[in-house]
Design a protein around this ligand. Sequence first.
Ligand code: NI
Length: 177
Amino acid sequence: MLEIVIHPNDVLRRKAEPLRKPNLSARRLLDEMAETMYAAHGVGLAANQVGSLRRLVVIDVGDGLIKLINPEIVRRDDEMVEGVEGCLSIPGLQGKVPRHKTVQMRATLPNGRTEWFDAEGLFAVAIQHEIDHLDGVLFIDRATEVWEIVDEPETDEADGEAVSAEDMDAPQDVGAK
Ligand code: NI
């Protein structure tokens, strides 16, 4: 498991470098990032957040894990939607953040293949949030409103485990209304 870098920290403000091609160390780091993301109950994690300046991202918004190398947004919807976001690197804060409603992303997969993703909803927001991390940008930079989370963990009735909103790396409710 990796330690998540907490804001403020220089590595969160630097631009990550693209990889020429997927290598063993990148694939290992992606595996460890996924483990770390799940342990923290996040829906996405960028390499900057574990102290590495390589363009690597993991995302799982509930449709399964994807590991991305050099992810790049190649098309953006003009229409913006505002949703609530948090970040594993900024515990205790949430904000209202405008994002492009849909995006198309190109990325290299760990097997070396290039893949295109058409994303909307939470997936689109997670992509924009995580690629921002690779460019040293945090949700608080884009937020129209930021607030502190009141430390009052809710109880998840299903398993009695305490869950709190600050555990999410990406938004809680995105354009769902
Ligand atoms: Ni984040």
